[in-house]
Design a protein around this ligand. Structure first.
Ligand code: FEO
Length: 402
């Protein structure tokens, strides 16, 4: 794809990865992602971030259509995760820049990752600025949004924020701007990205908002390192991140389960009826039908998480354990939950699910529902009651948060 001018003399020079469907456990299927890099042409020609190593020739051709590589003066590394720095060693060799700007933690991480202590590092931090000629760049560290090294760069003359992972989406498209794609689909991808990448760092996102207020940048365009550039919906994406980071949820529950011979599945459906009795919306997600990152995407705006598994070899079915491990790592806050499952003779799954969910700070509403072999009508009535209890707890939780 050709370069795209996003502001006068500021160009998107990144790469589209149509085939990436697994970003360390986050399934981006079916849409892939982009690795966004930006080139500013001024007295000091400056490259902001690079791309995954295997896309370095895409980056090269993009830049070469504007300038020669050796004409680049500065490189800014806003984030050193390899999807943005993988091509950096090759680019550094070609460009031999005057300076490589990064945060203090960025220098440490880049040295550990690429072992080039001779690179012309220039450490910048919050409040620092540099001149490129007509334009300037201001910096703000954003530790843990997404990694310890992360930082934002801001060009005040263009009101343009380079935000690395923040405000990004795993969305592979030839469209480069938020007003060129379907807005509803865009916000869904943005929400899924947050739920699967940024969620555990929500307290740090709150801090970034405070720092942005203090620093007073007047932002009219946000250029993240993944997905489209925000130019028409800047207020909406900032409001969305405000809500995501506060983990604002609604009258919704996610029932996620695996089942061996459909008994646990029958329980899941009865639990759903109980939620409906209480006016709670829900989604029923079989772990074999939905990837764990899709479940997290649904949990993003749900207050309840109800997890079920048949007992299998005295434990939890493997894909349920996989989901619980993934969810725990993403640290959702302010959720209530319950566990359920059928069993043949030993029946440990409900207790084990409960323990994992408690360790993930989910407030468990009941001791859970266990059914031996096939559920009877009375068993399913009990499951429906469990659904009602969780539904009531969801409403209480939301009332407390108001
Ligand atoms: Fe897109 Fe944290 O890397």
């Amino acid at each position: 794809m050709a370069v795209v001018q996003i502001k006068k003399n500021v160009y998107w020079v990144g790469a589209i990865d149509w085939n990436d469907h697994d970003f360390h456990g986050y399934s981006t299927a079916p849409k892939g992602t982009t690795y966004n890099a930006y080139l500013v042409i001024d007295d000091k020609i400056t490259l902001f971030d690079t791309v995954k190593e295997e896309f370095k020739m895409d980056l090269y051709h993009q830049i070469r259509s504007l300038v020669k590589l050796e004409d680049i003066d500065y490189i800014v590394a806003n984030h050193m995760e390899p999807d943005h720095s993988g091509a950096l060693p090759w680019i550094m060799e070609q460009v031999q820049p005057e300076k490589l700007f990064c945060s203090k933690m960025g220098k440490k991480a880049l040295e550990e990752q690429y072992h080039h202590p001779e690179w012309p590092y220039e450490i910048v931090g919050t409040g620092d600025s540099i001149s490129l000629g007509k334009k300037s760049v201001q910096f703000m560290e954003t530790r843990m949004v997404h990694w310890p090294d992360s930082m934002f760069s801001f060009i005040p003359e263009d009101k343009l924020l380079f935000s690395q992972d923040a405000f990004g989406q795993n969305l592979a498209s030839v469209e480069r701007f938020d007003d060129e794609v379907d807005f509803e689909a865009l916000m869904k991808e943005t929400s899924f990205y947050y739920a699967n990448i940024v969620l555990p760092y929500s307290p740090q996102v709150r801090k970034v908002f405070t720092n942005l207020t203090n620093i007073g940048w007047d932002i009219s365009m946000i250029a993240p390192d993944h997905g489209v550039v925000w130019r028409s919906h800047v207020d909406k994406i900032i409001a969305a991140y405000d809500a995501y980071s506060k983990q604002v949820t609604g009258k919704k529950a996610v029932i996620v389960y695996d089942t061996m011979w459909h008994s646990t599945e029958k329980m899941a459906k009865a639990i759903g009826e109980g939620l409906t009795d209480e006016g709670i919306s829900y989604v029923l997600m079989h772990v074999k039908a939905f990837h764990h990152s899709q479940v997290m995407g649904e949990l993003a705006n749900a207050t309840g998480i109800i997890c079920g598994s048949s007992t299998h070899n005295n434990g939890i079915l493997p894909l349920v354990a996989d989901f619980l491990t993934y969810m725990k790592g993403l640290r959702p806050m302010g959720r209530v939950g319950a566990a359920f499952g059928s069993y043949g003779w030993s029946g440990e799954s409900v207790k084990q699910i409960t323990e994992i969910m408690e360790s993930a700070n989910i407030e468990m509403v009941t001791e859970g529902a266990r059914v031996k072999n096939r559920p009877t009508h009375n068993d399913l009535t009990g499951c429906r009651e469990l659904g009602r209890l969780v539904g009531k707890a969801i409403k209480e939780k939301l009332a407390t948060n108001e």
